[in-house]
Every structure is written in structure tokens, then in C-alpha cells.
Design a protein around this ligand. Structure first.
Ligand code: GN1
Ligand code: MG
Length: 361
């Protein structure tokens, strides 16, 4: 009933039948609004986590600009089925892109018909996703006007994330440090290595472009046949490195296990996924990537897996204040799982580099 009340503030054109929980995101709460008429679209309703997204107006404005721009690009290319290849924001009855109920912020988009998300995909899907992802970045490369605002300042800034881990260690708020001390030591010993991208940026050698900054495989929609439709969850799309996005895809789609797998033996980097994603991505992004960006693609898998490891670890040490958890030691398990994946990527780095070289020949 309460959700229906919230939904009633939006300019929905179809009668609601029911509202159910949707997806596995760790930050916002997401629901699917089902509608009565079989041919009418459903909607996606989200409660935005305002502890994390402090400036909802800025975020919604970013998303509006991004989706308009992409729609325009697809139109120029005479693509069909545009409603399924971009997100459509449904405004409130007062014409705003979000609704504030006095306590929470809400927003609605159209639920893309016959679309699916996956936690794991085949190499063939990975190839198509790589192509589509290069295009997403290419489309956004000429977004005009003011640069997009940072919805979360320093979101993928490695020195900042390491600093947050150090603060968590310093505070040791819930006495969990002793349990993770050896992991902490290992991670901090790689600090310099992992700050490479920020260093190159400062030296003017690595550009920031517009990056999605959350290219988990479950943030992509596919149709029934596995054709890529679009990238969703545009909350963190902002100026950043292409490495963020390539790396996060490898971290999620390229993991033979789960992000929080309880059986660490399930975890390793799936080289077929890496290879096919890289092949597709380079195919469509080669035109605008610099040689240094291309050469760092294998490193980006390490970089993003390391970053996720320290973020889960810091949250564990802080007493689980950021990510939704399903059981008390969940962030600990996530840390172990991500660390295991990092070791596997380390072991395959040379093979990855060789593959990238071979693609350029
Ligand atoms: C969060 O919202 P979701 O679940 O797609 C997080 C990402 C992490 C990811 C780890 C705003 O993404 O940065 O990589 O969890 N989003 C935010 O699964 O922190
Ligand atoms: Mg998501």
C-alpha cells in the first residue's frame, strides 16, 4: 500500500496490478511495478540511498542528460527499438525527475520489456557486450555542456579508497581488525602499485572520460536471445577512467564464482570471458582509446578487484555501514572472495597482456 502511494505521485499511464522487489543491488531498493494491461509497460521504482547519493537532483540531471544523448545517437544511426536500448525516466505529476516524500527520495523508469539481467554470461555474450560497451563510451564522448557532476566525489579514486581503509583500521570501531590483520598487511603492501592510474592521470598521461563506474554484469540488460540491450544503473556515470569500466566487468562477469562465494575454490578469472570481452571492446573502442589505456586493460582487472576488496574490507572493519549484508560476516566473505579473484588475475596477467597484444596486430 505504501509503495502504491509513492507510485501515485508519478505520471504513470497504466494501472498498477502489483509491486514486487527486483534485482540484487547492494545500495538502492528496487521494485517492479506491474501493470494490469498485458501490452502496457511495467515500471521500475527505486528508493535512492541518500546516505550514499547526497545530491539526488544532480544525479537525476546527469542521468537525464546521458539517456537523452544516447537516445539521440541511436536515432542518428537509425536504430530500431529505442525504448529498449535506453532508459526512460518517468517524471512525477509535477514534472520532476524524482519524488521526495519528506524522508526518502524515489524515482521511476520504464521497465524494459522482455529484458533480463545475468550474474554470469557466456563468452559470446561477453563479446557483444564488449562491443556495446565501447559504443556506450564512444557515444558519451561528445556529450556537450558542463561536465557531468560527480554523484559520489572520489568514487573510484584509489588513494582516497586506501585512505578510507586506513581510517577504518585506525578506528577499529567494532574490534574486527585482529581477524583481518594479515589481509590488511597484504593489501597495504600493494598500495603504490594500485595507484598507478591516478599517478598517470596527474602526469597528464592518462585521460579521464565519461565512465559508468559500476559495470557489474548485472547492470546490463539483455534480451531473451542474449542480445545486449543497454547499460542500467547510471547513478555513478561521471568523469573517470575507461579502466574503471573494463576492470569492473572483468571483476564480475569474469569471475567463475560469485562476488561473495562461500567456496573460494569456485573463484578464478575466466580467461574466455576476458578474451572475448576484450576483443569486442577493442573492436569498438580502438578508435578513441590511447595506447596507454589499451596497455592497461589487463591491469584494470587487478585495479578494480583490489578496490572492491578494500571497500568490502573497510566496510567490514567499520561494522557494515555501507553495503547491504545478508548475514553478519558477509563483508568478510566478500573480502576473501575478491582477494581470491585478485590472486587469480595476478597469475593470469601475462596471458592477458599477450592477448591484448595479439588483438592489436
Ligand atoms: C554497488 O548498487 P550496486 O549493487 O550496483 C556499488 C559498487 C560496487 C558494487 C559491488 C554506489 O553497486 O560501487 O562495485 O556494489 N555502488 C555504489 O557489488 O557504491
Ligand atoms: Mg546495480
Amino acid at each position: 500500500m505504501e509503495l502504491k502511494e509513492i507510485a501515485s505521485h508519478f505520471a504513470l499511464t497504466n494501472e498498477i496490478s502489483e509491486i514486487e522487489s527486483l534485482g540484487t543491488g547492494l545500495i538502492n531498493d528496487t521494485y517492479r511495478i506491474k501493470t494490469v494491461a498485458p501490452d502496457a509497460p511495467d515500471y521500475v521504482l527505486q528508493r535512492i540511498n541518500q546516505n550514499i547519493f547526497k545530491d539526488v537532483a544532480l544525479m537525476q540531471n546527469n542521468i537525464q542528460r546521458i539517456t537523452n544523448h544516447i537516445r539521440h545517437k541511436l536515432q542518428e544511426r537509425n536504430e530500431n527499438d529505442l525504448e529498449r536500448k535506453t532508459l526512460t525516466i518517468i517524471p512525477t505529476k509535477n514534472g520532476k525527475s524524482y519524488y521526495y516524500d519528506g524522508e526518502n527520495y524515489w524515482r521511476v523508469t520504464i521497465f524494459i520489456k522482455d529484458s533480463k539481467t545475468y550474474e554470469q554470461i557466456t563468452p559470446e555474450f561477453a563479446h557483444l557486450t564488449g562491443i556495446a560497451f565501447g559504443e556506450f563510451q564512444y557515444f558519451l564522448s561528445d556529450l556537450s555542456g558542463e561536465p557531468l557532476g560527480a554523484t559520489i566525489p572520489d568514487f573510484h579514486n584509489m588513494p582516497f579508497r586506501i585512505q578510507q581503509l586506513k581510517e577504518a583500521i585506525q578506528n577499529n570501531a567494532v574490534n574486527r581488525l585482529a581477524k583481518v590483520q594479515s589481509i590488511v598487511n597484504e593489501l597495504l603492501s600493494r598500495e603504490e602499485e594500485m595507484c598507478l592510474a591516478e599517478r598517470l592521470y596527474k602526469e597528464g598521461k592518462l585521460p579521464k572520460r565519461i565512465a559508468h563506474c559500476d559495470t557489474k554484469v548485472n547492470n546490463m540488460l539483455f534480451d531473451k536471445d542474449g542480445n545486449f540491450l543497454c547499460v542500467i544503473d547510471l547513478d555513478t556515470t561521471m568523469p573517470g577512467f575507461v579502466l574503471s569500466d573494463f576492470g569492473d566487468f572483468i571483476r564480475t562477469a569474469g569471475n567463475t564464482g560469485e562476488e561473495d562465494d562461500k567456496n573460494l575454490n569456485n573463484i578464478s578469472v575466466n580467461m574466455d570471458i576476458f578474451k572475448e570481452f576484450a576483443r569486442g571492446y577493442i573492436q569498438s573502442a580502438k578508435a578513441f582509446l590511447t595506447p596507454i589505456e589499451i596497455s592497461l586493460l589487463p591491469f584494470s582487472g587487478q585495479m578494480m578487484t583490489y578496490m572492491q576488496t578494500i571497500r568490502f574490507l573497510a566496510d567490514y572493519i567499520n561494522g557494515d555501514t555501507y553495503y547491504k549484508i545478508k548475514y553478519p560476516e558477509h563483508n568478510y566473505q566478500r573480502t576473501l572472495a575478491q582477494l581470491t579473484l585478485l590472486h587469480s588475475i595476478d597469475a593470469h596477467l601475462e596471458e592477458m597482456n599477450q592477448w591484448i597484444d595479439s588483438l592489436l596486430k
